[in-house]
Design a protein around this ligand. Structure first.
Ligand SMILES: Nc1ncnc2c1ncn2[C@@H]1O[C@H](COP(=O)(O)OP(=O)(O)O)[C@@H](O)[C@H]1O
Ligand SMILES: [Mg+2]
Length: 252
């Protein structure tokens, strides 16, 4: 997807005003200004239900993510303030259209190898088809360190008992789950969505790139979104939620 076309599409999808949609070139200029680039990104890196990601032309270790997903923007903002080893590095988060569209500058990561991708997809499918109770728990509580440990035990015992017939991938994925559990808990972010499209590589490490499909406690939303009405001052008091079907998803 070419950058300007992608931006237009996201503006439409975010239900920005007709005026904003018409002014996409100015909006693009404002984005470039903010991220310190002279030209629109040439290389499209990927897309999901909410975001498009482009490689920056002059800052080769960085990528621009544009998303219609407020939860991903809030969560990335939180990672920006408090970086974590196994989550994507975040250099900047900003509003493009107030309350509709957000931009972030993140580290440019590499894709999973074909075999890693198969492992992840298999893991995720196994989890969904065999471990109903685990998935229910994941959907209710997110990926906590305790849950990650329980999950690892559960997977190992189900394997031993032959309940999981297909081979679940080994240690690196289970280790990644445990690292993410700890780091997400430290940031007060709940994540449910662990499919392979949300996982990338930094050298040999699995890195989580999509922090959107879950919940973020609502502290500091005001800072990121000055126009937002939010009375949530208290950490843990109010959660922005997406994982339970409040948001319509486009596709996978
Ligand atoms: N830091 C990154 N570096 C390179 N590509 C990325 C990065 N983050 C995301 N992508 C690509 O963009 C896609 C969509 O990003 P994601 O964060 O999953 O957005 P969505 O909320 O739309 O699912 C990913 O599947 C991946 O292909
Ligand atoms: Mg995604």
């Amino acid at each position: 997807m070419k950058f300007l076309k992608g931006l237009q599409r996201l503006l439409r999808e975010s239900q920005a005003s007709p005026q904003a949609i018409a002014n996409y070139r100015q909006i693009s200029d404002a984005i470039l200004d903010r991220i310190g680039e002279k030209t629109t990104p040439k290389t499209f890196l990927g897309e999901g239900n909410f975001a498009e990601v482009y490689w920056l032309n002059s800052q080769r270790k960085k990528a621009l993510k544009i998303t219609t997903d407020p939860l991903d923007a809030y969560a990335l903002q939180r990672v920006h303030n408090k970086p974590q080893r196994h989550l994507v590095k975040v250099y900047d988060v900003f509003e493009i259209v107030p309350r509709k569209l957000w931009g972030s500058v993140v580290e440019k990561l590499t894709s999973l190898s074909q075999s890693d991708k198969q492992d992840w997809d298999q893991f995720w499918n196994d989890l969904n088809s065999y471990l109903d109770s685990a998935i229910n728990e994941l959907n209710s509580f997110g990926l906590s360190p305790e849950f990650a440990s329980e999950l690892v035990d559960l997977i190992e015992s189900e394997q031993e008992e032959g309940i999981i017939s297909v081979e679940v991938p080994g240690d690196p994925i289970l280790e990644a789950l445990q690292n993410w559990g700890k780091e997400l808990q430290a940031l007060n972010i709940k994540i449910f969505d662990l499919h392979s499209g949300n996982v990338m590589m930094r050298r040999d490490n699995y890195i989580l790139v999509d922090l959107g499909y879950g919940e973020v406690s609502a502290t500091r939303i005001d800072k990121l979104l000055p126009n937002q009405d939010s009375s949530a001052e208290d950490e843990d008091e109010e959660w922005m939620t997406k994982g339970k079907g409040y948001y319509k998803r486009r596709s996978y």
